[in-house]
Write a protein that binds this ligand. Sequence first.
Ligand code: C2E
Ligand code: MG
Ligand code: MG
Ligand code: MG
Length: 291
Amino acid sequence: QAKAAGRNTLRFFDPDMQAAVTARALMEEDLRQGLQNNEFFLCYQPQVDVYGRMTGAEALLRWQHPRRGLVPPAEFIPLAEETGLILPIGHWVLSTACTQLLAWASSPEMAHLTLAVNVSARQFRHADFVEQVLAVLDHTGANPLKLKLELTESLLLDDVEDIIAKMTALKAHGVGFSLDDFGTGYSSLSYLKRLPLDQLKIDQSFVRDVLTDPDDAAIARTIVALAQSLRLDVIAEGVETGEQRDFLERNGCLAYQGYLFSRPLPLEAFERFQRGAEWEAQSSLPLQGEG
Ligand code: C2E
Ligand code: MG
Ligand code: MG
Ligand code: MG
C-alpha cells in the first residue's frame, strides 16, 4: 500500500493504469497471434460515380477475434501503429488487395474496378515502402493502374521531399494516391500543391451534417473547389442519404462512398452486389437487334 509507506513516498501504483497496461499487452499479443492465425480479412466498400455505377472499392480491414468477436479497426489500428505491427499487417492488406485485383481482372463485371488501400503513416515512412509495394505488385501480377493508396494528412509531419520522392516513384509505375479524411489534419496548401496526388477524399465528419450545418457545407464546397483548382478528383465518404448525395452533386462532387450505396461487404457479398448491379443495368438496356 503506497499510503502505508509514508507521506513522502511517491505513489506510483495506479490500478487503473496497471489494468490498461495489461490490457494493451494482451491485445498486442493477440494481434501477433491474429496475424499468424489468419484472423484478419478484408471488406470491400463500393465507390460509385454520379450515375450510381461502381467504379471501385475501398478495402477495409477486419479482425475476427476468437473470443472478442469482430474488432473494429479503430480499436486495433492505433496499437498496431504504436507497436510496429502495422508493418506486417499492412503488408498482408496490400498483398491480399492486390491478389484480389488480379482475380477481378479476368471477370467482365469486376475488371474495371479500382481498389483503394489504406496506408498508415508509419508504413509509408518505412525506408523500404516503395520496394515493398512494387514487390507485391510484381508477385501478385495486379495492375498498378487499378491500385490506389490512401494516405492521411498525419504523414505530412514528415520530410515532404521524402514523401514526394516515394509517391513519384510509385506513380511512375501507375499507382494512384488519394488523401483520406481530408480537412481533419495538418495539410498546408503549399504541401498539397506539391504532392503528386490524384484524389482528395472529403472526410465523413463534414458530410454528416452537410445539410444542416452551414460550416460543414462551406467546408465541403471549399474542398471540391480546391480539388478542381488543383485538378484532382474528389470523392465524399460517409454518404448516408440521398439528400447528402444530391447536395454534393450540386456542388461538383461526382463520386461517393457510404452506407447509402452499400456498407463495407465481405468478398462474396461484394461480388454478388456488383454482379447484381451489372445484371440490372444490362437488363434495363433495350435489347439489341429488336425494335
Ligand atoms: P477510413 O479509411 O476513413 O474508412 C472509412 C470508414 O468509414 C470505414 O470505417 C467505413 O466502414 C466507414 N464508413 C463508410 N461509409 C460510412 C457511412 O456512410 N457512415 C458512417 N458512419 N461510416 C461509414 P472502418 O472500416 O471502421 O475503418 C475505420 C478506419 O480504420 C479507416 O478510416 C482507416 O483509417 C482505418 N483502416 C481500415 N482498414 C485499414 C487498413 O487496412 N490499414 C490501415 N492502415 N488503416 C485501416
Ligand atoms: Mg480510407
Ligand atoms: Mg476516411
Ligand atoms: Mg479514418
